[in-house]
Design a binder for this molecule. Structure first.
Ligand SMILES: *[C@@H]1O[C@H](CO)[C@@H](O)[C@H](O)[C@H]1NC(C)=O
Length: 417
C-alpha cells in the first residue's frame, strides 16, 4: 500500500516550475490527474460477488495447492485513526486485533482464523503464505504488524518513534480455523515494513516503504528525486526465538522510490518489487544467491500500484498463454492523503493485467477492473483464479478477487483474460 501520499505535493511542485517536464507530466498521469473515474466494470450483477466479513483487507494471496485465498483485515475502522503508513497516529486500544481470513473461491465465503498463542495488538498490512515443507497440509503465514510503541501510547510525546512495526509468523493447518503464532520478527532496520515475499518459512524479503517515518522530511521524500526506500532480506535461524533474536537482516535492494508491494512469478526466481507512487513494477533477481536483488527490467504503468500477484494460466497452450501480473492501484492516488481519515470518502480503483506481448520482451497492459470507489475503495491487491474453459464454452475467463485497504468489502468479478 502506498505510504502517505504526499503526492499532492508533486502537483504543487509541478505548478511551481515554469514548465512541466515530461517526467512530471507522467507522474501526474500516474496519480490520476485528468483521469475519468466514472467507469465501473462491475456492470453485470450476475458476475459480481461482494464477499461478507472482509472489511479493510489490504493484501491478498492465492495458495494454489489448496485452492484458497488468504487475506489480512482490520475488520473495524482502526485505520482511520492508527495507520503509520498513512501518517495516522491515534493509537488503537491495547489488544485491538486485525484478523487473517481464508476465502474459498468456490463458495465465496470468508472464514476468520482464531489466533493461538498470540495476545498482542495486531494492526495488519502485507502478508505472504508459503507451504510448510515438512507437512503436506500446513502453511506459514507472515504478516506485518504495525504495533504502536507502548512508550508513545503512554506519553504521547511527539518526538519519539510512534510505531514498533514488526512481522508476525503464524502456522495454519489447511481446513482448520486457527492460526498458531510461531514468533515475532522485529529489527532496527525493519522500520516501515509494507509487504513480504517469503522464500521459505525461514527466509523472506520485506520492503521498508519510506525512509523517514513522518514529518517534514517525509514530505520532502515524496517530492524529491532521492530514492530512499529499501528492501531487506531476513534469514531466521531460530523459530523459537522472538524479536531480533535468531535472525540476520541484510539490505537486499535500495535505490527505488517508495518500494512497496512484493510478489513473485510462478516457476521463476523473480522477486517482483513495486514502486507505489511511481507505478513501476521491477523484475528482480538474486543472482549471487546471497539475498541481494538486481533489477532486470522495469515496467511502467499509468497509475499508482500496490501489492502485485502473478496469474499462472493452468490452461495455457503454445501461443495462448494468459499468465501475467495482476496489479491493483488507485485511479486517483492524488486524493489519498486528503481521504486517509475519512470513512465516507470514495477512492476509485483500477486493476491491470500485464501479459507477455507477441513481440518478445514487450508487455500488454490492460485494465481488467475499475470502480468509482462505491463498491471497491482503495484497491490494494488483486488475484485471478482461472476458470476451466470447458465451463465457459471454451472462453478464457477467471474470477478476479480485489481487496482494498479502506474498502468495506473485498469483491469478486468474472473477467475475460
Ligand atoms: C551479494 O553478491 C553481490 C554480487 O556479487 C554483491 O554485490 C553483494 O554485495 C553481495 N551481498 C551480500 C549481502 O553479501
Amino acid at each position: 500500500m502506498p505510504g502517505v501520499f504526499t503526492i499532492a505535493s508533486v502537483a504543487a511542485f509541478a505548478a511551481l516550475t515554469s514548465y512541466i517536464a515530461p517526467s512530471i507530466r507522467h507522474e501526474l498521469k500516474v496519480v490520476g490527474v485528468g483521469r475519468d473515474i466514472s467507469v465501473s466494470t462491475i456492470a453485470d450483477a450476475a458476475n459480481y460477488v461482494k464477499i461478507a466479513d472482509t472489511t479493510h483487507c489490504e493484501d491478498l494471496h492465492y495458495y494454489a495447492p489448496a485452492n484458497l485465498l488468504f487475506t489480512a483485515c482490520e475488520d473495524r475502522h482502526t485505520r482511520f485513526g492508527w495507520f503509520p503508513p498513512l501518517g495516522s497516529f491515534e493509537p488503537p486500544k491495547e489488544g485491538t486485533k486485525g484478523s487473517i481470513h481464508v476465502v474459498d473461491p468456490e463458495t465465496m465465503k470468508s472464514i476468520r482464523l482464531s489466533f493461538q498463542n498470540f495476545e498482542s495488538t495486531f494492526v495488519t498490512h502485507g502478508i505472504d503464505v508459503i507451504a510448510d515443507p515438512t507437512a503436506k497440509n500446513a502453511v506459514y503465514i507472515f504478516a506485518i504488524n504495525h504495533h504502536p510503541n507502548p512508550e508513545y501510547v503512554a506519553s504521547r510525546r511527539e518526538h519519539i518513534t510512534k510505531s514498533h512495526s514488526r512481522i508476525e509468523l503464524f502456522r495454519h493447518v489447511i481446513g482448520s480455523s486457527t492460526a498458531k503464532h510461531i514468533r515475532t520478527v522485529s529489527h532496527a532496520s525493519i522500520e516501515t515494513p509494507n509487504d513480504i515475499h517469503a522464500v521459505s518459512p525461514t527466509e523472506f524479503y520485506v520492503t521498508n516503504d519510506h525512509f523517514y517515518r513522518e514529518g517534514l522530511m517525509r514530505e520532502l521524500e515524496a517530492i524529491a528525486p532521492a530514492k530512499w526506500s529499501s528492501t531487506m532480506h531476513v534469514s531466521i535461524s531460530d523459530l523459537t526465538a522472538t524479536d531480533s533474536a535468531g535472525l540476520s537482516v541484510k539490505t537486499a535492494l535500495t535505490g527505488i522510490k517508495n518500494n512497496n508491494g512484493l510478489g513473485h512469478v510462478y516457476g521463476s526466481e523473480e522477486v517482483t518489487v513495486i514502486s507505489a507512487e511511481r507505478g513501476i513494477l521491477y523484475r528482480c533477481f538474486d543472482d549471487a544467491k546471497n539475498g541481494t536483488l538486481r533489477v532486470e527490467e522495469s515496467v511502467h504503468l499509468d497509475s499508482t500500484l500496490d501489492n502485485p500477484s502473478w496469474y499462472q494460466d493452468a490452461w495455457a497452450s503454445e501461443g495462448d498463454d494468459k499468465s501475467g501480473y495482476v496489479l491493483a492501484g488507485l485511479a486517483r492516488g492524488i486524493d489519498l492523503a486528503g481521504h486517509a481519515k475519512d470513512p465516507a470518502a470514495k477512492d476509485p480503483s483500477l486493476v491491470w493485467l500485464v501479459q507477455h506481448a507477441e513481440v518478445k520482451g514487450e508487455w500488454n497492459k490492460k485494465v481488467v477492473f475499475s470502480d468509482d470507489g462505491e463498491r471497491l475503495r482503495t484497491a490494494s491487491a488483486a488475484v485471478i483464479v482461472g476458470i476451466d474453459p470447458k465451463k465457459e464454452g471454451g472462453k478464457r475467463r477467471g474470477w478476479l478477487f480485489v481487496t482494498g485497504f479502506m474498502s468495506e468489502n473485498m469483491v469478486a468479478t468474472k473477467i475475460d483474460l
